[in-house]
Design a protein around this ligand. Sequence first.
Ligand SMILES: C[S@@+](CC[C@H](N)C(=O)[O-])C[C@H]1O[C@@H](n2cnc3c(N)ncnc32)[C@H](O)[C@@H]1O
Length: 325
Amino acid sequence: MAKKQSRKGNLKSLLKQHNQENQKKLKELKIKENLVNLQKFKKDKITGNKKNISTQQQHNLLTVPFENPDDILFLVGEGDFSYVRSLIESNYHHKPQNIIATSYDNSLKELNLKYPTTFKENYDFLIEKGVKIMLGVDATNLVKSLKISKRTGVNKILNVERLDCIIFNFPHTGAGVKDVDRNIQQHQKLLLNFFKSANELLGLFNAYNANKCTDSYAQSYKTVTNNNKTKGNNCRLTVSLFKGLPYDNWQLKKIANTNDWKTLTTFKFEWEKFQGYQHRRTNSEMSTTKKFDEREARVHLFDKVGVLQKKKTQKNDNEDSENEN
Ligand SMILES: C[S@@+](CC[C@H](N)C(=O)[O-])C[C@H]1O[C@@H](n2cnc3c(N)ncnc32)[C@H](O)[C@@H]1O
């Protein structure tokens, strides 16, 4: 009887040990699986692999220049504001209060005269949705034209604490192309000063956020948010351009690079995905000789890190985590 009981006890402890080992193996397997998934997710996000990301991210991927539907957008050089409207109506952006849309033109009257059939309706729609619209904003001199000073503060003028994406679609001075070289120079100057000016504006946000974080609680908050996503420094900058001459001669990427903006990616501007968007000329509603949506255009995306550095960091991260295993 005693022998029978001790055999039963042995069996029980063997079973327990077996179960524990199984649990341990399962746990290890799960950790490995999670790690692989995490690495794959990170890679897909950078390389644009559409399989393993959320439906909304897939919807936005390589169609619009921003990552998340509630990102803080700052648009310069808007025409009749139909692009911003289409971002909301086509469901690419879900939080209109996070959009600041600006025009180089100084008054509503001017915009109504330039774009008589579309501007008013777009403007009313955007105001109703809560988009912040600002006029007389010079992309080449943002800080001054936005009237930002030490006293006013960048956050108070724009009502946000950071920017995620600055967008300039089809920058153009409106100047004719009689003198081709002069025209190219003018546009290179426009782009050069735009990149510089964006640096200046983002610098003010960085300074504002750094000053905000003075006590120890704020410092640790800053570390956490910076580790998650260096929002202040990680703002993207986008320029859309038609393909072909004279635009190819503007040397956009070179100009971006000289101002510390690095290429993140470039993709086709798919007109048909922006219902209601009317690409507008600088001076009027009149169409160009060839209809805009029959012309090939590309979206160029820059940030301060660039895709090459991102891939390098990712490779190092992968190697580090493999070494940890
Ligand atoms: C070809 S239109 C494109 C308009 C609009 N982005 C679109 O896609 O329909 C060029 C735009 O660049 C703007 N622009 C030219 N110089 C600018 C500057 N220094 N700052 C801001 N916008 C400027 C013009 O006012 C005009 O709205």
